[in-house]
Design a protein around this ligand. Structure first.
Ligand code: CP3
Length: 341
């Protein structure tokens, strides 16, 4: 029997540990040939997301093959808009696409509230199955997109560099925008609480496009909803990762969450100064992993010493890139683990 590893839970509870726990955003899928082998037998990404046995298998792959200290459920943030009534497709080499988008009140009125055990049953089943299968080896992380990030996809209909349609709606239709953001917030609270009931031990909120908002827009449209989610989601520590919003870190530090994710643009000393009471997660630049083993190890050491002892979850400053060599990911993980010796 392997010893249960609850380093992540301990650090998020504010306890001292011999070393920081380590996991990677987007560790499930993308970089592992073993993931691609499972994926290639299927009709597509959604079949994998919607088949609990397979989602469970690829969630556990990085625990076995990379040695991370946590598993993050294999799913996607886009299951929420779909559960609200906007189906998406993932188009190879293009990305997510929504056939219908939200541009007026009539579109909004076609959306419906989310019942997680009904509309997202496959996520809940995958969570229960994975928690049982992990058997305490490492904690299981659940997640959702933050309201602003989900709003971006529902208004634009796919990825974007500028998110100009989404930002235009904030300016030209503030009432409609607020209503859509509130509906997403309600669905997200139900969804995250249902994930906890199904076995998630830690939760992460991905605000991947927070960096598209000005301080004024962030304050009005994003902050109150992040705060509401922090207050209404119970039973598991929450990590809030607002990418590109590190200049808002003093505002984010007002959130009642267990930890804040730090992107790779943010100097660590600055983050510690501006969010002194929070556990911080991050923040190695993922492109460091394109370097040599020695470079990866040296950069990891620098990151660890900049964060200092305690209150740190080692991670990248955004998701791992699909063409990164898994051996360099192993070097990163190994270097963090060696820091406890
Ligand atoms: O972290 C993990 O390993 C768990 C699984 C996970 C996926 N997506 C699987 C996935 C998580 C946590 C996400 C979150 C997600 N999805 C975010 C927030 C994180 C971030 O990177 O900022 C966003 C913005 C999305 C939306 C999304 N899903 C995009 C833009 C794409 C296409 C590009 C890509 O590969 O990321 C997806 C598809 C997707 N989600 C894949 C995976 C493994 C690729 C599917 C495949 O081709 O097999």
């Amino acid at each position: 029997m392997t010893t249960p590893n609850d380093l992540l839970l301990q650090v998020l509870a504010g306890k001292e540990t011999p070393r920081p726990p380590v996991w990677l955003m987007r560790q499930a899928g993308r970089i592992l040939p073993e993931y691609r082998a499972v994926r290639s037998r299927l009709s597509g990404f959604k079949e994998l997301v919607e088949t609990p046995e397979l989602a469970c298998e690829v969630t556990i792959q990085p625990v076995d093959l990379l040695g991370v200290d946590a598993a993050i459920l294999f799913s996607d943030i886009l299951v929420i808009p779909e559960a609200m009534g906007l189906p998406y497709q993932l188009i190879e080499k293009v990305g997510p696409r929504f056939e219908e988008t939200i541009s007026c009140k009539a579109d909004l009125d076609r959306l419906h509230p989310v019942e997680p055990e009904e509309h997202l049953r496959y996520v809940m089943d995958a969570m229960r199955m994975t928690r049982a299968e992990l058997d305490g080896r490492v904690p299981l992380i659940g997640f959702a997109g933050a309201p602003w990030t989900i709003f971006c996809y529902m208004v634009e209909g796919g990825g974007s560099k500028e998110w100009s349609k989404a930002r235009r709606m904030l300016r030209s239709e503030p009432v409609l925008a607020e209503e859509l953001l509130d509906r997403i917030t309600e669905a997200t609270i139900l969804y995250l609480n249902a994930q906890v009931a199904a076995g998630a031990q830690v939760l992460q909120l991905f605000d991947s496009w927070a960096g598209a908002l000005s301080a004024e827009l962030f304050e009005r449209y994003s902050m109150p909803r992040l705060k509401r989610i922090c207050e209404e989601v119970k039973g598991a520590p929450l990590i809030v990762f607002a990418k590109g919003a590190s200049w808002q870190l003093d505002r984010l530090a007002q959130l009642p969450c267990a930890a804040l994710g730090i992107d790779w643009h943010t100097p660590i000393s600055e983050a510690r100064k501006r969010a002194p009471r929070h556990v911080l997660q991050g923040n190695l630049d993922p492109s460091v992993l394109y370097g040599t083993e020695a470079e990866v190890r040296a950069a990891t050491q620098r990151m660890l010493s900049d964060f200092g002892r305690g209150g740190h979850v080692a991670n990248l400053g955004h998701g791992v890139y699909p063409d990164i060599n898994p051996d360099r990911v192993r070097d990163f993980i190994d270097e963090v683990k060696r820091s406890g010796h």
